[in-house]
Every structure is written in structure tokens, then in C-alpha cells.
Design a protein around this ligand. Structure first.
Ligand code: MN
Ligand code: MN
Length: 464
């Protein structure tokens, strides 16, 4: 190539670059350091309830106080609204006219998992089990033969609540889902992956020792119930009013000999929730009014009163607008939102489902996804070019390294996020998040530099 054509190519062509070649070594060091507290956040928050609790703790340590609808609000206020312990809204009141709109970052804190049924406990073949109904989009075979922890709450007959976490401490027992040994798995091996393990086979193994009294009809079940009764004061009927779930018992750890990645359960979507939360906590004296939403129920369609289709976000925006003397409709029309959710990272092991030119590449920074959906962009809000153009300027001013992506090949499938539910409220919104390898697996993988660019992107969006 001649020098002239080389110069012209550099001037005219777009080339995706890695974070490593785009930022200085100080920023890389910051990215590596940022990963430590994130890993701790993951280990402390494996359910939406636990994420709300740890997020409130972090917020309160940084001056946030509880908000009640109707409270007066003044510039500089740092408040949080806890929706049923499963959905959290954190906001800071800015100095500018509220009619300029609110800067919103919305992530979700629920992840795919194995929920217990309401009548879960039974005994068969000398073993005690919990029946389950999985939550969100999982590949069922991935959840067998791995250590699982039990998390959740039980509401007792007297209305009191018992919190349960078993399997996270190294000295705890774990739960387990059985699979067929390969020696007898010849018929299973011929089945499609999606049918090799069925929903009704995802039963949690919880015991194998009978109660000392051999007369009991179900001695293993009795022994388990007795252990639970002694430890938590619960009886079998209390499962009817419980929310219990099995999640991977793994802790977050560095992946790679270079320690450049993090393996963990629940990166989707805590890898966006954490930097969005950090960005609002770290935003001091903001001119804009900022709102960070940590939503529940995204993995099952954002329905319900803790999901993003609930009116609570608009109720809160109305409250803030009215308390600051604004016009509710104007505030919504002028608000800007980042739907903070993960992207599928290009995986060379499964290259056939990706279109590489339009895939998120691990290590190339935070991902901006103009549209999601499937089958001809069905079910997406598809962000406006003008809004993305504004965001591009915002990222450039802050030196944030970003890339665009769509999930995979056009006909390979698809998915959605909370973006459309926010867009439907007359708010400009686009998806922005971290690329993930093995999304929805019990142990997902992300790159530390992408996580840090996400944090820098949320901070820039809040500040600009
Ligand atoms: Mn997600
Ligand atoms: Mn998901």
C-alpha cells in the first residue's frame, strides 16, 4: 500500500480497537483494580433481594437515605426507593431545571436460576429432593452435577420472615442436580441438547440419611424437615409461602493466566448494575438529576410490580418532577436513558452463530446496541440515530472506548432488554453494556477492561 492510500484509509475507514491499545497503562491498572470490589458485589448478591440489600448498604455508606413518595426534594439530595426488596431506584437531585430531564441508567439484578416449587419436598430412592421450576432462559443440562446454593426467604404462618443462605460458606453443604452416568446415557446422548434434561428432572438432591425412627414412611424427608425446623423454625407448610432458589455455589474468580477476565454466576446483568450503581454513587454535585434503576424480572419478561413494565418508574419520575416544580410530561420527553444490559461477545468456538463485523469483541470496550429483538427487529425499540449521535459525542468527550454490536446472525435467534419498556414511556433509550461469554450459563465470563469502560461510560453519561 502506498503511503497516500494508507493515510487515506486511516482517515476514512473505521477500525475497531481494543481497550488495551486505546488507553494508557494507568487506565488499565484502574480497570484491574475496579474488578476486585465488583467480584465482592457478585459474591454478596446472587439474587435480586441480595443485590438490593448490598446496593443499599453501598449507597447508605455514601450518603443516600430512604425516599417515600411525597417527600420534598432539594438539589444535592441523594435518595433511594426500595420497591419490595427486589427492585431499587437510586437518585440524586441536580441543580439544573428538572424540565431538562433526568439521566437514567437501568440495569437488572435478577439472573437465570432454579426456583423451588411451592410444594417442593419429597423422598424417592432413599434420597430427599426439592422439586423446581427454572427461572429465565437456561440450558438445562448445564445445571446438573455442579454445586448449588440455596437462597431466599420463607414467610411463616405468623407472618415473620426467615432468610436462608446455604452453600456459600466453605463449611456449608451444597445442593446438587443428578445426571445420568455416560455408561447408561446412550439414549440421552442421542437427544437434542434442549431435551436431554427436562424441567421435571431438575430436582435438587438435599439428603440421603433417614431419621433415626425407622417407622417413618419417608424417613429421609423427615430428617431433612427436622434439620430445617431446628435451624430455621419452619415446617413443610411454610414452603407454600416461600421464595427459595438454587444458584451456583461458585465464587467469582479471575479467569485466564493473565487474570484479564472474571468468571462468575450472574454477570448478566450485575456486570452492568454494579458500574451503573458505582457511577451514581461517585457522581458528586451533579448538574443533572440522575436515576439508577436496578430492576427485577427482566429474565422473565419484565412483568410484575418489581419489573420494568410496572408503573413505579413513571410514578417516581412524576414525584421528582412535581417536587422540583416541573412538568411531568416535559421531564419524561427530555430524559435520556441507558438500558444497561449485557451483549453477547463473539466466540470463535461458535463462530457460525455470529456475524463478526457486527459482533461485540471481548476487550474492545463497552457495547452500544442500537436494536435487539429477532426476526426482522421484532420487539425492539431501536434507538434513534440522533440519540446515539449525541451519545457518541458524550463518549468521545470522556475518551470512553466503545463498540457496537447485534446479538448474532440475523436468523440465529435474538433477545430483548428493558429498553423498549422505557422507550414506550417517551424516553430516549439505547442499550449499553458489557460483552459476555457463555451468557446465561451457571458460570459466565467477562473482560475486566470492558467492565471498567462500562463504568466510565455511565459516569460520562451522568456528567455530560
Ligand atoms: Mn440481561
Ligand atoms: Mn439475560
Amino acid at each position: 500500500m502506498s503511503d497516500a492510500s494508507k493515510a487515506l484509509s486511516e482517515k476514512l475507514f473505521y477500525t475497531k480497537k481494543t481497550v488495551y491499545e486505546s488507553v494508557d497503562s494507568t487506565t488499565i491498572d484502574e480497570a484491574m483494580a475496579f474488578a476486585g470490589p465488583y467480584a465482592a458485589y457478585l459474591d454478596a448478591g446472587k439474587t435480586e433481594r441480595e443485590c438490593v440489600a448490598i446496593s443499599i448498604k453501598l449507597a447508605e455508606e455514601n450518603g443516600f437515605t430512604p425516599y417515600r413518595f411525597g417527600d420534598p426534594l432539594s438539589p444535592g439530595d441523594r435518595r433511594y426507593y426500595n420497591n419490595r426488596g427486589k427492585n431499587l431506584f437510586l437518585f440524586t437531585v441536580g441543580t439544573e431545571d428538572i424540565n431538562e430531564g433526568i439521566r437514567i441508567s437501568a440495569a437488572h439484578i435478577d439472573s437465570p436460576r432454579i426456583d423451588l416449587k411451592q410444594c417442593p419436598l419429597y423422598e424417592d430412592g432413599g434420597m430427599g429432593f426439592f422439586k423446581t421450576h427454572y427461572y429465565g432462559g437456561i440450558k438445562k443440562y448445564q445445571w446438573t452435577a455442579i454445586p448449588l446454593a440455596l437462597h431466599g426467604v420463607v414467610i411463616k404462618a405468623d407472618g415473620t420472615s426467615v432468610e436462608i443462605v446455604i452453600g456459600e460458606d466453605d463449611s456449608d453443604p451444597v445442593l446438587y442436580i443428578n445426571d445420568i452416568l455416560p455408561h447408561l446415557g446412550q439414549e440421552q446422548a442421542k437427544k437434542a441438547l434442549g431435551e436431554a434434561i427436562r424441567g421435571e428432572q431438575l430436582n435438587l438432591l438435599i439428603g440421603a440419611q433417614p431419621y433415626a425412627d425407622a417407622d417413618a414412611a419417608t424417613p429421609v424427608k423427615l430428617n431433612i424437615m427436622n434439620i430445617l425446623n431446628e435451624k430455621y423454625g419452619i415446617v413443610e407448610e411454610d414452603f407454600l409461602t416461600a421464595e427459595l432458589t438454587a444458584v451456583p455455589a461458585f465464587k467469582a474468580r479471575d479467569i485466564g493466566l493473565d487474570r484479564s477476565m472474571i468468571g462468575a454466576y450472574g454477570h448478566d446483568d450485575r456486570v452492568c448494575a454494579y458500574p451503573a450503581l458505582k457511577a451514581i454513587i461517585d457522581a458528586a454535585d451533579s448538574r443533572h438529576t440522575l436515576l439508577c434503576i436496578l430492576a427485577d424480572k427482566e429474565e422473565t419478561g419484565s412483568d410484575g410490580n418489581t419489573g420494568m413494565q410496572c408503573s413505579v418508574m413513571c410514578d417516581l419520575i412524576s414525584e421528582i418532577a412535581l417536587a422540583r416544580g416541573g412538568n411531568v410530561n416535559l421531564v419524561r420527553a427530555n430524559s435520556k436513558c441507558l438500558s444497561a444490559d449485557v451483549a453477547a461477545a463473539y466466540d470463535p468456538n461458535f463462530a457460525e452463530v455470529y456475524e463478526k463485523r457486527n459482533s461485540a469483541i471481548l476487550g474492545c470496550g463497552v457495547v452500544l446496541t442500537k436494536f435487539t429483538g429477532s426476526r426482522g427487529k421484532g420487539g425492539t425499540s431501536d434507538a434513534n440515530a440522533e440519540y446515539i449521535g449525541w451519545l457518541r459525542g458524550c463518549m468521545a468527550r470522556a475518551g470512553v472506548i466503545w463498540q457496537t454490536s447485534e446479538m448474532g446472525k440475523v436468523d440465529a435467534g435474538g433477545g430483548g432488554t428493558v429498553a423498549k419498556y422505557i422507550a414506550n414511556q417517551n424516553i430516549d433509550v439505547v442499550d449499553l453494556g458489557v460483552p459476555v461469554i457463555s451468557m446465561h450459563a451457571p458460570y459466565e465470563c467477562i473482560a475486566k477492561v470492558d467492565l471498567y469502560e462500562a463504568y466510565r461510560a455511565f459516569a460520562a453519561f451522568n456528567r455530560d
